[in-house]
Design a protein around this ligand. Sequence first.
Ligand code: ZN
Ligand code: ZN
Length: 330
Amino acid sequence: MTQNPILARLSSRMMRRRQQAMANIPKQLLRKDTITVVLVGTGGPLPSARSQYCTAVSVNGKFLLFDAGDGSSRRMVDLNLPYGDLDTVFMTHYHADHFADLGEVIDRSWIAGRRHTLPIYGPPGIEQIVAGFHQAYTLEYGYRTAHHGTEIMPPAWAKAQAMPFQYDANGTPVVVFDEDGVQVSAFAASHPPIEPNVGYRIDFAGQSIVLASDSLPTETLLAQSKDAEVLVANVMNMDAIQQMQTGAVEMGNSLGAHILHDIQDYHMGLPEMGKLAQKAGVKRLALTHLAPPVEQKYLANRLFRRPVAAHYAGEIIVGEDGMQIVLPVP
Ligand SMILES: [Zn+2]
Ligand SMILES: [Zn+2]
């Protein structure tokens, strides 16, 4: 079948444009004079067009990824993030909306040119998760090498390395990563009965970025968030979830109503989040893992910004997939 020459020209022009765009974005993101936080996926387990939770931080030329829920790998590709330059992954806890795409993250970063074993830090349990993905992807790794050759798809770098760490349940942070002035500490998060579960704090050049994980407000989170440049907070609008629960009851969906009831007791409410951020002196509060995961901007603002703004005077960012927060390095 012969191809229409106009279509062929158009599609090759589109491909070239995309390739040019792809070449530029990694350079911007990996600059050493800025720290960039990318809200890759801003949804949670409730179904929506948002990708599930995933946050990337680019700092001092390092590309760090925190969690990888369903859809986050595809979102990273859509955003032209520098997949092949992925340095290290950190996991908060083992609800699937935080790790469902980890197998894709390992595989795609290798296909995109990663030439080191990918370290994946997490509290105990990470060994089991990484081993499971390796087992599921063994055939895939083999096919890629067989088809493209060992130079393009070197089997030595296909896999990840689980890096389990212990943390202090009472709240003292532990440094789990310390390279070229970039420190990442893990601290206990409260999401009962889900254990283990940690939040992370990234420190570089006197600036700190805190990722709360799925958590209730705690003294530990308050202490770790002190004067943070950015606090990335997983939040829930309790009134809206309660309304959804009532709706589920009315529709005779008792299973859905039960789940919507249960999830309210282990997530961060908006007034509590605003008060914590205000008390800690956080400069920017980025709301993510939005529940309910509304897609319309005006609705997200209404449901999430207003209840926080009543208690917090700093900058509020209502997360959307792909949003970037860029900070100059002092
Ligand atoms: Zn979650
Ligand atoms: Zn969770």
